[in-house]
Design a protein around this ligand. Sequence first.
Ligand code: ZN
Length: 445
Amino acid sequence: MKSFRFKAILQNSGWLENAVVSIDDAGRIVSVSQNEDLGAEFINGYTLPAFQNAHSHAFQYAMAGLVENHAGDDDFWSWREMMYQLALELDPESLETIAQMCYTELVRNGYSNVAEFHYIHHDKDGVPYPNLAEMGEALVKAARNAGIKITLIPIFYQKGNFGVEPNERQRRFISKSFDDYKRLFEASAEVCQRYEHANVAVGVHSLRGVEATDIIRAATELPDDVPFHIHISEQPKEVEDSLTFLGKRPVEWMLENINLNERFHLVHATHLTQMETANLAKSHANVVLCPSTEGNLGDGLFPLRDYQEFGGNWSIGTDSNIGLNPLEELRLLDYGQRLISHKRNTFGRDAGLFALTKAMVSGRRGTNNFETGFFSVGADFDACVIDANAPLLANVKMENLASSILYSADASHFCGTFIAGKLIQKDHSYDLIKQKFVDCVNKFR
Ligand SMILES: [Zn+2]
């Protein structure tokens, strides 16, 4: 048993000052109180529930910033060609190194969990590894070494586009049939069972990536007690192709063909009609918004204000990992809405608390955690600690504190992340993985 005292800790209803958190040997919360525990270790920080990264492709971290010398009309589709090139070069070892660096940085930025949308399954020639989940296991090991909890989402990827066979450059991603994907899913689930910090989810790349009948099978014939993740409606061209091929817009098709509920995580959902926005919100499915990547790729802006009016659930993800700071993701999300609505109240009265709560609740669901309490007794103590000495935060009133953190804190304010009760700060192991990463990515540059 161990205790920590914080200057304040964020609860669902607001801040609890001078709070003591006691945890057991497994890192689970035993109590949160204002008692006079003189043995508690004092940390001069404001403590938030750790952030949930509901959508990541860790390998893409290796190309962050490298695809910005634009020749001609660069867009999502030309960026994708560069991404394919990187995907073809990785082996399990280099994937593990890149992912460990990325996850280490995520932990430094306050994330305790990552939902890894993983589709580089096979060897470089497209032949499956003897262990179907070889590359997935590399990601799970990377997460273990970085100290982050991972939800491995082996992705069902079958097509090059609607009704089009995959091209050569996609050969590492492909499950030809539903049964092939089922085997991959089961191998991935088996790997996750062997690691304490890992669990598994079902994932479909997109409507353009898998036959409609097989998407329905993935949603109905695989375990329904794990989350289901899918990319959707990210680019206008994808919506046009969907209309041509399926006669429906992507989200419209999902609403009509899949029994959407809290288990489902629709990544991006950028291009929606009013009707889709309302019905998606009412389905209780979650939308995963990735503002840095969506901005970087020129996707567009999600209609968040309308979606929220219908009570829609949403979380955040780092996607291509071009941005790793959850506060930046939330700010970008808000500012995009302010720029198109000419209003400042995207997140309502207590903007900071509202945004942190939304992102946390849906984000946790994406990792199969339906706990809505910020720091509930019996839950792992997963927390992001913000420096209470930061000039802008030092004397701020409690009613302004969550928003002061959300709108003004930068990376220098993060002073550590607790994951299952273990405090992870920048330390010796950071320098080790840094050097390994630098050596590893040298060959791709
Ligand atoms: Zn993605």
